[in-house]
Design a protein around this ligand. Structure first.
Ligand SMILES: CC(C)(COP(=O)(O)OP(=O)(O)OC[C@H]1O[C@@H](n2cnc3c(N)ncnc32)[C@H](O)[C@@H]1OP(=O)(O)O)[C@@H](O)C(=O)NCCC(=O)NCCS
Length: 330
């Protein structure tokens, strides 16, 4: 007896992207009511001028459904052909069940396989690697990848080292089979030795803080050092693994953690001037897993980037974990 094996498409690509931003605009002056800081300091140290937080009637589900609906409509893929839903998030409150099955149901995707992944700000690229492998391995023909975050829910507005960094939002892509390759090899990894560099201050219901919702804590300098050293090298490896030279690149979409990190990555990679660089951090802040697809959608919508161009994406964050790929823009 021999078992049948699933066989998939020769290649996969991103067919479409969509995103959703919440309505509340939070500028630096607003946050400076709660922390000893200034618009000038936050702008100089991070590049952030404002971020969006969820308001009345908005939450991780509404944002994720809106981003996914936009991506599905733009893809033209019928709902019943989407076989799998992956949600990348660190801000869905419930340990179980996952957000993905609920979204699949709300979107009318039938009995699509659905699960969440927790890879923080690298979550989109982790999910992309999984979706691409599913399509090439024959586990799915079309995959919906959603990155949804409401980091404001787990941010302490009085914490001077994190309060100004994060924003809420969602981005989504539909992945499908392709005759030519649209998703380069993933370069990914982790450094659990720095597990505490970005962490929660406690778990729900634990010890003296029982009943107090946990919030993000961060050793900003350790993350900065890792991102400008190790991640710069990983970004170079993404290009090498995909067989792309810096001159052949059109667009660079690094995780939007800090404009100074982006500047350091640019210097290390020696990207030519013509490369369009995502800077959505200025008005969206750091949206964790959602950052890269939100920036991708923003660049395509504004016309700064074009469908079919070659882009380098790389995400990095709590874990510490990272992942990046060279992709063809949808
Ligand atoms: C958070 C971050 C902006 C802080 O910047 P930094 O330059 O490392 O700041 P430091 O902690 O070294 O503090 C430098 C000075 O600014 C002051 N400072 C710290 N936070 C401040 C704030 N919110 N407002 C004003 N001043 C502040 C410090 O007191 C210190 O003052 P001193 O020089 O008089 O002692 C920076 O470390 C960073 O962006 N790290 C990466 C974080 C990140 O990307 N995380 C997410 C990854 S997914």
């Amino acid at each position: 007896m021999s078992l049948k094996a699933s066989t998939g498409a020769p290649f996969a690509r991103i067919l479409s992207v969509g995103s959703a931003t919440p309505s509340r605009v939070i500028d630096n002056d607003y946050l400076c009511q709660f922390i000893d800081s200034s618009d000038e300091w936050i702008t100089q140290r991070t590049g952030i001028k404002e971020r969006r937080w969820v308001g009345e009637g908005e939450n991780i589900e509404t944002l994720s459904v809106a981003a996914a609906t936009s991506a599905i409509e733009r893809s033209g893929v019928p709902l019943d052909q989407i076989d799998a839903v992956i949600v990348a998030t660190i801000s869905h409150y419930e340990q179980t069940p996952a957000l993905a099955p609920k979204l699949a149901h709300q979107l009318g995707l039938g009995d699509a396989a659905a699960y969440d992944i927790s890879a923080a700000c690298a979550g989109f690229s982790y999910g992309l690697a999984q979706g691409e492998a599913m399509i090439r391995g024959g586990q799915a023909t079309y995959v919906l990848l959603v990155a949804g975050e409401t980091i404001s829910d787990i941010t302490d507005p009085t914490d001077r080292s994190t309060a100004f960094l994060f924003g809420d939002g969602a981005g989504a892509v539909v992945l499908g089979p392709s005759e030519t390759n649209g998703i380069g090899p993933v370069v990914w990894g982790s450094d659990g030795g720095q597990y505490d560099a970005i962490r929660m201050n406690h778990t729900i219901g634990s010890g003296v803080k029982a009943g107090v919702f946990p919030t993000i804590q961060m050793d900003g300098q350790a993350v900065f050092k890792w991102a400008t050293g190790y991640i710069a090298k990983a970004a170079r490896r993404c290009l090498d693994e995909a067989g792309i030279s810096p001159e052949e690149l059109d667009v660079f979409i690094p995780h939007q953690a800090n404009n100074r990190i982006t500047d350091t990555l640019l210097r290390y990679l020696k990207l030519p001037e013509k490369v369009v660089v995502a800077r959505t951090i200025t008005h969206l802040g750091n949206n964790s897993a959602a950052t890269i697809p939100m920036a991708m959608d923003a660049l395509l919508t504004s016309g700064e980037a074009k469908s079919g161009q070659t882009a380098l994406i790389i995400g990095f964050g709590a874990g510490l974990v990272y992942a990046g790929q060279v992709i063809t823009l949808p």
